[in-house]
Design a protein around this ligand. Structure first.
Ligand code: SF4
Ligand code: SF4
Length: 318
């Protein structure tokens, strides 16, 4: 079983469209499992249109919790009034919370769980033990069926963090399913950039496919993300999307790949087919087969050639 991760230096390079197109070809050649590890902006499901068979909560870190969402220290009958007034003002939760999650208000003290970073200071310092620490729910992850094969994907809650841990959870479960189904390939739509989620996407993978565009910033992104792959000793292959919008830069990127011993798996021309396919919830390959338009067939042929080069790279991996 080999795991190939599709990544890019930034979002919007066509990474997900290419992943879905390759998924179409891979699923026709053998058993494959797919994973959407771009959990901060997951969109592979728009093309896969999966049907969930398993839903799990993603719990990560802790959050302060209280019996009600507002602490009131106002009326003389309030049993917490003396505590809040007795202890030194500098040691109250309002002063100690560095994230502004606990504030004074006209009614007393107000706690906003959305601003809580889970540092635990209020839990430790409140003499009345009004705060407790609870596991923090950050989203859900799913195992689903799709016309290409099993898909593991996730949805982070708004403002939720720690997406690197969620990426690891998604990859681990994709691997589990691949073992259970004797799949030969795990194809991952990785996170863009070079931060924690992309590191979690590529560590221990067999190869990465870097999708980039022929611009100066695309070259810069390519160099950063290729350096990251090299650091983690993951063989890289490059696809230059929209190659025909800047042929000189495309040639320069090919030469850079050659100089750096990185396979250039191929280029994709710019045409509106990718968007048209997305609107219909189809991969580029499916759309080309359906509409038979010249532009769509040209794009599908370019994807075929990239997939063949990746298969070659895959065969060469020990
Ligand atoms: S002190 Fe820390 S744990 Fe308590 S509310 Fe503020 S951020 Fe949350
Ligand atoms: S630390 Fe506890 S007792 Fe003091 S003001 Fe905050 S909630 Fe009230």
């Amino acid at each position: 079983m080999k795991e190939i991760v599709c990544i890019s230096g930034k979002g919007g390079t066509g990474k997900t469209s290419l992943t879905a197109a390759i998924a179409t070809l891979a699923s026709e050649q053998g058993r494959a499992v797919f994973a959407d590890c771009d959990v901060d902006a997951a969109d592979l499901h728009l093309i896969f249109r999966p049907v969930s068979t398993e839903k799990n909560e993603f719990i990560s870190g802790k959050i302060a919790a209280i019996a009600q969402d507002r602490l009131v220290h106002t009326g003389p009958s309030n049993r917490y009034q003396s505590a809040s007034l007795d202890h030194d003002l500098a040691t109250t939760c309002v002063e100690l919370c560095r994230f502004g999650a606990i504030r004074h208000s006209a009614e007393g003290i107000r706690y906003d769980p959305l601003s809580c970073e889970g540092c635990g200071v209020c839990v430790h310092c409140c003499p009345e033990s009004l705060f407790r620490f609870e596991p923090r729910r950050c989203g859900d992850w799913y195992v689903s069926d799709s016309r290409f094969g099993p898909l593991v994907h996730a949805a982070l809650d708004p403002r939720a963090e720690n997406s690197g841990k969620l990426v690891t959870t998604v990859r681990q479960n994709a691997k589990r399913i691949a073992r259970e189904t004797n799949a030969e390939l795990i194809l991952v739509d990785g996170s863009p950039g070079t931060g924690c989620p992309v590191i979690a996407s590529i560590t221990g993978a067999d190869a990465v496919l870097i999708v980039t565009e022929p611009t100066l910033s695309g070259q810069h992104d390519l160099e950063r993300v290729a350096a990251l792959a090299r650091h983690f000793r993951v063989p890289a292959s490059v696809c230059i999307n929209k190659a025909d919008i800047n042929p000189e830069q495309t040639d320069s990127m090919r030469a850079w790949c050659l100089r750096n011993g990185i396979q250039c798996a191929g280029t994709l021309p710019w045409n509106p087919t990718a968007t048209a396919a997305q609107i219909r919830g189809l991969s580029i390959i499916e759309y080309a087969r359906l509409c038979r338009e010249e532009d769509a067939l040209r794009l599908a042929e370019a994807v075929h050639s990239i997939w063949e080069n990746i298969c070659q790279l895959k065969r060469s991996l020990v």
